[in-house]
Design a protein around this ligand. Structure first.
Ligand code: HEM
Length: 361
């Protein structure tokens, strides 16, 4: 018996119909996380340091950030965190902690209780030798969905689950991401326009290095974190992954990173999950982290752009070759955020950094 991704307590009368085909049987199993009913929101905070290049990373930035995770009082520490790094389109090296909390209140208590907020507020952009950034996504649970291919390996926010679902119905067809979002039952989640503010902010801000720049929230901003983990593949599958899937994934991510603006993608980077202690990118785990003007733009790219069609088509061939017995683990999590569920602030970062890129530089 297939389960719906939307838990009972969030179901309501639909004014926006699902796209599930009649008598649908998904081509392969997928699962989602079930969170405690009393949990109303969650937080993903991406807190990082930016260096001109990987060779200028002295390790001090990430070590400062990690201390705010490990040194915080037990009651407010994140439920789960990991470290990831990426060299972006300007050649800058970004290294960040991605940390999750089971609610916006507890994350705020962490920011105060760990000393993070005091430290962050005191940073002087003109004096800093490298960049720093904080991005906080705090969706109510109706505005968040996650799906993963392996039920024994929850990723990201799914580490805060109360249980893992049984095999889920809404996946494997175009439109399924939207069908898994409780908020989309009666709301098309159309993106808000911020063009005028963009213009104002751009004029006011100019160059963003040596400055502290806050980017205001945008109605129904859509953020995706889509992860790939091939660490437990055996040699044959690893070879197949690296030769057939990884190259098309990089092409797709590079398209969105370099030309995404034309289809509503403000920013995309393919990050490596790195070793928490050594910062080495040897974990065989990556994720695309992208910011879109709304969910329709993300749907459009995934369904119709050749780069994701190649990823999708490549995956079906890959899975068939392995008789659907994959050790590759895939997951994604999608956030559709109201303006007050977003916080983006950049200190001494270049203009192309993440949501700074939405200012139109
Ligand atoms: C959907 C494969 C990477 C965005 C799908 C689906 C497959 C797939 C098989 C349909 C599956 C389902 O709903 O259960 C892959 C593979 C990837 C990959 C094998 C990497 C190796 C990405 C990345 C992004 C992305 C990096 C964006 C950052 C999407 C979106 C959908 C989707 C938004 C949902 C479309 C909808 O429901 O309408 N992908 N994908 N994928 N993928 Fe990918």
């Amino acid at each position: 018996m297939l389960e719906s991704a939307i838990p009972e307590h969030y179901r309501k009368e639909r004014t926006c119909p699902v796209s599930t085909p009649p008598n649908y049987e998904p081509p392969f199993p997928s699962y989602c996380a079930r969170f405690p009913a009393k949990m109303e929101s969650l937080v993903l905070a991406i807190i990082g340091a930016q260096y001109a290049s990987s060779s200028s990373n002295d390790g001090a930035g990430i070590s400062t950030i990690k201390k705010f995770m490990t040194g915080a009082p037990d009651a407010v520490r994140p439920s789960f965190w990991e470290v990831a790094a990426v060299t972006d389109k300007k050649g800058a090296y970004n290294i960040a902690v991605l940390a999750y909390w089971p609610g916006a209140d507890i994350q705020k208590k962490w920011a105060e209780g760990s000393g993070f907020q005091t430290w962050w507020d005191a940073l002087d952009a003109e004096q800093e030798k490298h960049g720093w950034f904080v991005e906080v996504l705090s969706p109510s649970l109706e505005r968040f969905e996650t799906v993963f291919s392996n039920h024994s390996a929850p990723e990201g926010a799914a580490n805060m689950q109360e249980s893992i679902s049984g095999e889920m119905e809404e996946h494997g067809y175009w439109g399924s991401m939207r069908d898994r979002l409780a908020a989309a039952q009666a709301d098309k989640l159309v993106g808000g326009k911020r063009d005028i503010v963009d213009g104002e902010q751009k004029a006011e801000v100019g160059k963003t290095t040596a400055k502290r720049v806050r980017v205001s929230g945008k109605g129904n901003l859509c953020v995706i974190r889509s992860g790939q983990d091939w660490a437990s593949t055996l040699p044959d599958e690893r070879k197949l992954y690296l030769e057939t899937m990884h190259p098309v994934l990089i092409q797709g991510m590079n398209f969105l990173r370099d030309n995404g603006r034309e289809i509503g993608c403000y920013s995309m980077n393919l990050w490596d999950v790195v070793d928490t202690d050594t910062s080495k990118a040897d974990k065989e785990k990556t994720f695309g982290l992208g910011f879109f003007d709304d969910i329709a733009s993300l749907e459009f790219w995934s369904k119709s752009h050749q780069t994701h069609i190649n990823i999708f088509g490549g995956f079906l061939m890959y899975a068939k070759k392995l008789d659907f017995q994959l050790s590759l683990k895939l997951f994604h999590e999608v956030f559709v955020l109201q303006p007050d569920q977003q916080f983006f602030e950049y200190v001494n970062c270049h203009e192309g950094t993440s949501m700074l890129n939405s200012l139109g530089f």
